[in-house]
Write a protein that binds this ligand. Structure first.
Ligand SMILES: *[C@@H]1O[C@H](CO)[C@@H](O)[C@H](O)[C@H]1NC(C)=O
Ligand SMILES: *[C@@H]1O[C@H](CO)[C@@H](O)[C@H](O)[C@H]1NC(C)=O
Ligand SMILES: *[C@@H]1O[C@H](CO)[C@@H](O)[C@H](O)[C@H]1NC(C)=O
Ligand SMILES: *[C@@H]1O[C@H](CO)[C@@H](O)[C@H](O)[C@H]1NC(C)=O
Ligand SMILES: *[C@@H]1O[C@H](CO)[C@@H](O)[C@H](O)[C@H]1NC(C)=O
Ligand SMILES: *[C@@H]1O[C@H](CO)[C@@H](O)[C@H](O)[C@H]1NC(C)=O
Ligand SMILES: *[C@@H]1O[C@H](CO)[C@@H](O)[C@H](O)[C@H]1NC(C)=O
Ligand SMILES: *[C@@H]1O[C@H](CO)[C@@H](O)[C@H](O)[C@H]1NC(C)=O
Ligand SMILES: *[C@@H]1O[C@H](CO)[C@@H](O)[C@H](O)[C@H]1NC(C)=O
Ligand SMILES: CC(=O)N[C@H]1CO[C@H](CO)[C@@H](O)[C@@H]1O
Length: 592
């Protein structure tokens, strides 16, 4: 009898759910669920702007294969209520458009999910959380970010910075979208105004920086943040993209791309065994840095066939061809030169002033030297400077304040000039783009969990950049505790993992290593069930060890195979940690 009642109740509930999705996904209901003016300080919602529609997965065509990001593709399998609503900042008369995807009530699991973007874009997709039973949201940040990238609007004109857009892109837009979204989520599903809505962020590259911006500025709003390869310490990070070109100019040697590729390949080959297993992956770039002499590569032959190459670059301005440029490369047949090695060493060694003070860290040895790629001039049959637009555009727009998409040349540009550009960018955008505040107390105190990871052979954002931030947080928050005690305290809520061999936010075609696949499951378990990870689950996706699970070591421990037929051990290695540790005396301000 009791069982039958339960079944009836369940049936009634599911009918109510089925009937109610259309009721919930209705303009009047959404308007009534909006937070009232005055509840979220400084945010006035505009009820008249609300639009709603039910997205029916079954009746909608699936997104085209290869459509960007992959996250959007998930929406094809879920029905959701598509809501847009705008707000204005009190007294400001601006307009920010938000969009949200609400799962059907039967799928809703009390969660809110924010996805990070990349390059100069915030995510414009609100559907990434549907597979986790989460409401998701996206914001146009007040500068129509659904169609514009931030670098297109950062200048009103030469010399005139759009600070509203800068702060919105920097951290504010996502924080406000999340605040409104959580309140709206409670109202939409009829929960109490103080009901818990587990709130997650997941992103990589600029998305990782965005995640860190939320941890730093809106810590109380988030329960779990997953930040990959964050493009933070923005000034140093963007100017770093120009370092390889300046090294080539300074050393007056413009290596053929094939020579650089050979240097990287030979380094990977030479350092592969140092971690105890020869598997094509340098799981210990620190041992490579400490024990491998690049000069031993001099004289090794290289050959690359002629090609019309599409160079990846990390160009992320919309006015430039997104992510790729095509150029002709003749056959390259030669041997690695001392000059080529000197360029590689200058790049891996990182930026120093003319007085030999360190200004910044660099990519780990074994990372591809993508930003050093030269272009072929068929008139002179020689290789010439090619300034990566990532760094070039940052210098023209953000430092020089000129509405130009790239530096046209490096005349009179020295290592000292790069340091000056970093200094200008750091000070000017200290409270907007820099994104390295190391005191995360509000996030920690409210119970937030941070999972931070970085591909060890990342050729765009150096892995050491993440290590440096972890060290900054540890010393600022636990400076009075011993290393061991502070590491344990930190690991209760902030864990950092290097991903051996991995490139920028993904696997590396040159090193068939592991990559984490189920970070959100791990994070949900940590936040909602209290299951604290101690290693990070990752899977090898190609090569001889395809399918192997590697439980990655939590920083500062490092992997080491004692016997290549077993799993690696996680070891402490002081020399190794030292090789990842930097100070930046070129700057008088602390660089967190
Ligand atoms: C909130 O304030 C805005 C103007 O700042 C106004 O347009 C809007 O109608 C107000 N919302 C409500 C629910 O009163
Ligand atoms: C989805 O289905 C609902 C209910 O059948 C219908 O009212 C709505 O128009 C559909 N929406 C779309 C976008 O097809
Ligand atoms: C969601 O609604 C907005 C505003 O009406 C519309 O522009 C957008 O195409 C809708 N998205 C989907 C997936 O239906
Ligand atoms: C470097 O190694 C990759 C594969 O690992 C190969 O495709 C490429 O041709 C190599 N390049 C050179 C210059 O040896
Ligand atoms: C590169 O492209 C040019 C012009 O399209 C063509 O003539 C040439 O054969 C191509 N070379 C290679 C190596 O593909
Ligand atoms: C590259 O140059 C060497 C020495 O000049 C020559 O022996 C070799 O055949 C060349 N390789 C190719 C593929 O052309
Ligand atoms: C500017 O950036 C583009 C890539 O978008 C690159 O091809 C070009 O060589 C750069 N300009 C200079 C002067 O290096
Ligand atoms: C901005 O400055 C650049 C570089 O000096 C110049 O080429 C461009 O014409 C200027 N734009 C405007 C609108 O004045
Ligand atoms: C590791 O991730 C893989 C791929 O997502 C998954 O199949 C496996 O269950 C995970 N293992 C653990 C221990 O989490
Ligand atoms: C100040 C300075 O060094 N100026 C030099 C900049 O570069 C040009 C040539 O590109 C020289 O002529 C200038 O003397």
């Amino acid at each position: 009898m009791r069982q039958r009642n339960t079944l009836l109740a369940l049936a009634a509930a599911s009918t109510a759910n089925a009937a109610s999705f259309a009721d919930l996904c209705a303009t009047a209901h959404v308007r009534s669920a909006l937070p009232l003016n005055g509840t979220l300080l400084g945010i006035d919602l505009l009820p008249s702007s609300v639009t709603v529609s039910i997205y029916n997965a079954s009746s909608s065509p699936s997104p085209s294969p290869g459509s960007s990001g992959g996250i959007g593709a998930r929406s094809a399998s879920y029905n959701y209520c598509n809501v847009t609503v705008a707000y204005t900042h009190t007294g400001k008369d601006d307009k920010v458009v938000l969009k949200y995807a609400f799962p059907e009530p039967s799928n809703f699991k009390n969660r809110f999910y924010v996805a990070g973007g990349g390059g100069f874009s915030l995510s414009s997709d609100a559907t990434g959380g549907l597979e986790y039973g989460a409401v998701g949201g996206a914001t146009d940040a007040g500068y129509d970010a659904f169609s514009n990238t931030y670098d297109e609007v950062v200048l009103y004109g030469n010399g005139s910075i759009n600070w509203d857009a800068t702060h919105m892109f920097g951290y504010q837009a996502l924080g406000e979208m999340t605040q409104v979204g959580k309140a709206l989520t409670r109202g939409f599903y009829g929960r109490d105004s103080d009901a818990k809505v587990y709130t997650y962020f997941e992103g990589c590259s600029d998305g990782g920086r965005e995640g860190m911006s939320q941890v730093q500025r809106w810590g109380e709003e988030y329960d779990g943040v997953i930040a990959g390869a964050p493009a933070f310490r923005f000034a140093q990070q963007q100017v770093l993209h120009v370092l390889p070109s300046v090294a080539e100019q300074t050393l007056d040697y413009y290596p053929p791309p094939c020579e650089l590729a050979k240097i990287v390949n030979a380094t990977v080959e030479g350092c592969d065994p140092l971690d105890g297993r020869t598997d094509g992956v340098v799981s210990r770039t620190d041992l490579c840095k400490l024990n491998f002499d690049l000069k031993t590569i001099i004289g090794e032959p290289y050959y690359c066939a002629a090609q019309n190459s599409t160079s990846l670059g990390f160009g992320f301005s919309k006015r430039q061809v997104q992510g790729s440029t095509t150029s002709y490369q003749p056959a390259q047949n030669g041997t690695v030169t001392a000059e080529g090695i000197a360029v590689a060493e200058a790049i891996y060694n990182g930026l120093h002033t003319s007085g030999n003070q360190r200004a910044y860290l660099s990519w780990q040895v074994t990372s591809e030297l993508s930003d050093a790629t030269t272009t072929y001039n068929s008139n002179t049959d020689s290789w010439e400077l090619s300034i990566p637009s990532t760094g070039g555009e940052y210098v023209t727009k953000f430092v020089q304040l000129l509405d130009l998409d790239n530096l046209s040349d490096l005349n009179n540009v020295t290592y000292d000039t790069l340091v000056e550009w970093m200094q200008t960018g750091m000070v000017r955008y200290m409270d907007s783009l820099q994104t390295t505040l190391p005191d995360l107390t509000p996030f920690q105190v409210s119970g937030g969990k941070l999972l931070h990871y970085h591909g060890e052979s990342d050729p765009s954002v150096p892995a050491a950049s993440s290590v440096h931030y972890w060290q900054s947080v540890r010393s600022i928050m636990y400076g009075d505790l011993s290393p061991k005690v502070s590491q344990e305290a930190l690991a209760d809520w902030y864990q950092f993992y290097l991903v051996p061999g991995a490139a920028h936010c993904g696997a590396n075609s040159l090193q068939p290593g592991p990559y984490p696949q189920n970070n959100m499951e791990i994070m949900i378990d940590w936040v909602e069930n209290g299951v604290k990870p101690s290693r990070l689950n990752a899977t090898v996706s190609s090569g001889d060890y395809e399918g192997e699970t590697q439980m990655l070591c939590q920083w500062p421990e490092r992997p080491l195979w004692k016997d290549s037929s077993d799993a690696f051990e996680c070891v402490s290695d002081k020399e190794s940690v030292k090789s990842w540790t930097y100070t930046f005396p070129a700057f008088k301000l602390p660089v967190y």
